[in-house]
Unconditional design. Structure first.
Length: 240
């Protein structure tokens, strides 16, 4: 399969913000033109296209991965590949843009997702009736945002729900680390105008239903169902 290095990126003079942010947007543009799973090139061949240093390029790859645009694979036949964007980009890139220290933010997203199954496990066994009521109140905020067509408010409501799930954990270390990671993501996230308005409402509906089923599983103390749902959550979007 031919690499897509020759595809024209955005003009270098048009970028705003950090060099890593600019390079990430170049990678995202290449991925947007590619089919899911298509090889964009190697790090060696793509870095000159982005016009940045090795360290900055590696930060850009992390950022593009955290947004769901690319996948980096090592070894023979490895390189940078276009990710399956069927879900992630509809919300992650239409609604959110990460700024600040991009490598730290991307790492925070990955670590947060890795801790989700532990917190859900604790929520299944330790949630009280009052805890579940609070979770459903936050689902209500998400539903109101969905009905109002406000994707940014939907994401904020979603994070509030995840905060409540984390707060149930009896593990002080786990709870503190997770909430700190969520603070990092929230602090370096800003709302932007959506560019994929057509599929976005359908995707928000899907995300709402997934979280509603997750809270149902927590209330019913159905550990297997809750873990299946959080795995589905973290493989379809890391912005929510």
């Amino acid at each position: 399969m031919a690499d897509l290095v020759g595809a024209a990126p955005a003009a270098p003079g048009s970028h705003v913000g950090s060099r890593a942010e600019y390079a990430a947007r170049v990678l995202e543009q290449l991925a947007e033109r590619a089919r899911p799973g298509e090889r964009l090139g190697t790090k060696v061949s793509l870095r000159p296209v982005c016009g940045v240093s090795v360290g900055t390029f590696n930060e850009a790859v992390k950022l593009a991965q955290s947004r769901g645009w690319v996948v980096s694979r090592s070894g023979p036949g490895g390189g940078i590949f276009a990710a399956d964007r069927s879900a992630m980009v509809r919300l992650g890139n239409s609604v959110l843009a990460l700024d600040g220290e991009v490598s730290s933010v991307a790492d925070a997203v990955r670590m947060r997702d890795a801790l989700d199954p532990l917190l859900v496990e604790d929520a299944v066994w330790h949630s009280s009736a009052a805890d579940v009521r609070e979770m459903r109140d936050r689902l209500g905020v998400m539903a109101a945002a969905r009905d109002a067509g406000d994707p940014v408010a939907f994401v904020l409501g979603n994070w509030a729900l995840h905060r409540k799930i984390a707060e149930v954990s009896p593990s002080v270390i786990l709870r503190t680390v997770y909430l700190s990671l969520l603070d990092i993501v929230e602090a370096h996230t800003r709302g932007v105008s959506g560019t994929e308005t057509s599929p976005l409402p359908r995707y928000i509906d899907e995300r709402y239903l997934l979280h509603e089923r997750l809270v149902d599983a927590i209330e019913a103390r159905e550990q297997d169902a809750a873990q299946r749902l959080i795995r589905e959550h973290n493989t379809t979007a890391n912005a929510s």
